[in-house]
Design a protein. Structure first.
Length: 64
């Protein structure tokens, strides 16, 4: 393979590797944070109440 032909193949591969590396860094950064509960994201007082009530129902024994 001629040197110019080789360079034409290597550059796209390197660009693809750079894009993959950048994507991996974004995933690592996103998953490095602490888990967030759904209710922490809710601002509405009505939705917060619904979350509390649903959690209480889940804690109740079945059949009561």
């Amino acid at each position: 393979m001629h040197e110019c032909e080789h360079a034409g193949i290597v550059k796209p591969i390197m660009a693809e590797r750079d894009a993959n590396k950048e994507a991996l860094e974004h995933v690592e950064k996103a998953t490095d944070s602490e888990p967030v509960n759904g209710e922490d994201l809710v601002e509405s007082e009505d939705l917060k109440r619904q979350f509390r009530e649903a959690k209480e129902r889940l804690r109740e024994p079945i059949g009561e």
